[in-house]
Design a protein. Sequence first.
Length: 142
Amino acid sequence: MNREKLLPFEIALPLSVRTYDIDFAGIVSNIVFIRWLEDLRCEILVNHLPIEEQLQNGVAPLLIQTQIDYKKSITLVDKPIGRMWISKLKTMKWFVNAEISVDGIIAATAEQTGCFIDLTTRRPVPVPAELQQKYLEYHQRL
């Protein structure tokens, strides 16, 4: 990443392509992109709202929607990099955007929407205050 400013909660990870990720056409299967998005989202949470804290507070994130736009095929020999950031945070919902690129060329973009749920009732609850505060602080620095 050669941009000066990171986007809110932005993370970047090298993504592994395994032999079992390849479909009959010789490219990475669509389902692998879902796994990569999960890896990226989990990394954001590790850095900003660890699972231990969530469980202690009786909440957990729940994915509501995923949209992926495939731009370029990825093969077994490629070395993809995934980036993800929080694009919007509302009281009850969170929105993340992601890019997966190979050699600086975007292979896929994605948007996901989710919420947090109470683990006892399984009902939506507000986004944890700690996450809302960090998001607000980011925008105040702009």
